[in-house]
Design a protein around this ligand. Sequence first.
Ligand SMILES: Nc1nc2c(ncn2[C@@H]2O[C@H](COP(=O)(O)OP(=O)(O)OP(=O)(O)O)[C@@H](O)[C@H]2O)c(=O)[nH]1
Ligand SMILES: [Mg+2]
Length: 401
Amino acid sequence: MFLHFTHLFKMSTSEDYSVITQEELEELKECISTQDLSSAVDTIKHFLDQQDRVELNIAVTGESGSGKSTFINAFRGLGDDDEDSAETGEVETTKEPKAYKHPKYKNMKLWDLPGIGTLNFKAHEYLKRVQFERYDFFIIIASDRFRECHADLVKEIKRMKKNFYFIRSKIDSSIDAERRKKNFDEKKTLDNIREDCVNGLRGIGVEDPDVFLISGRYLNNYDFNSLHERMETELPQHKRHVLMLTVPNITTEIIERKKKALEKNILRVALLSAGVAVLPFHDLSFFVDIALIVYEIQKYKTVFGLDDESLQRISERSGKSIKFLKSEMKSVVCEEITAGSIILLLRQSSLKVTESTVRRVLNCIPIIGSGISFVSVSNTLKTFLNEIAEDAKNVLLASLK
Ligand SMILES: Nc1nc2c(ncn2[C@@H]2O[C@H](COP(=O)(O)OP(=O)(O)OP(=O)(O)O)[C@@H](O)[C@H]2O)c(=O)[nH]1
Ligand SMILES: [Mg+2]
């Protein structure tokens, strides 16, 4: 059975981050072969965790009061009053770069940079002061017209060979202001706003500039989805994964893209399981498979915001009760899962699962011999991933009702 997978290993390139390499697997097998069950499960868990721990540093800059802090909070799925939120307000609040971590993925940081555009603003000095090398890319936020300070900053960022995304913020209030006029036309208003910034960028030599219209208050409207999609395609593969995990579940398109990204990762998990299955300890490989599956399912719930902490936040924001939101969740694994010895073992390995989850999972998996087959692991995960993604959409729609 093992030979059967070697061509898959060969197919994998360094670009294809989701596939496990032969070397990684050998190393892992050697490590596990000397361990007891709970340590083996922990080793695998740690291994799977690694790719989620890649650092991503995003700089958010723009004029004072343009909505940087508001955007940083919204991007992390937080409101302005949540614990760990960046301070927002009418007075200038941000003077030094300050990192704000994602509440669930601490390796993803959004940096709130000091405002640009003061009288003696010098883009070169500014970038040096904020340690531009540290960031994967910049987000420049303008809440009004395209100005000289934006032009200076863009030129300097390009000179430093860094990537940037240009955001025109507070679109909700721009639209509100225009709405009062007679011949109000939303599309035309949006086009005009975009054109001003596009022309500004073109004027300083940016080819085919993209400007994203965003409201930090209503992130799911306007261009947030395309902004995120663009960032994703332009990041190296291993960073892309982190960006995908951390984006808030605010549109059905985002949920669908997350599902696709996680689907790719299933091959990695199933290969891991197949690799472990050749170990001489049959019971071990069986429990490792169960642990892997349960671990992945827990991860899906977190990524799609169906864990208790996220549901609590959705409930507070939408005014819908947690009970109501949970009633929209149909997947069997979305309820508490609890079964004797397996549970105990899984608990020992610091996986927080309950007995019924394990029983439900076991009921769904065809077990062949002592281990679980490669195909079963991947099919099981695909089924649960689909169900959980559907639940995420249902909860999203219910919260918007
Ligand atoms: N209507 C609307 N108001 C916004 C939006 N984004 C920010 N604001 C408001 O604009 C003001 C300034 O927002 P902040 O997020 O504090 O701006 P900042 O760029 O971080 O400001 P400094 O830290 O002072 O440079 C606050 O009163 C926000 O509530 C938005 O998308 N829509
Ligand atoms: Mg601020």
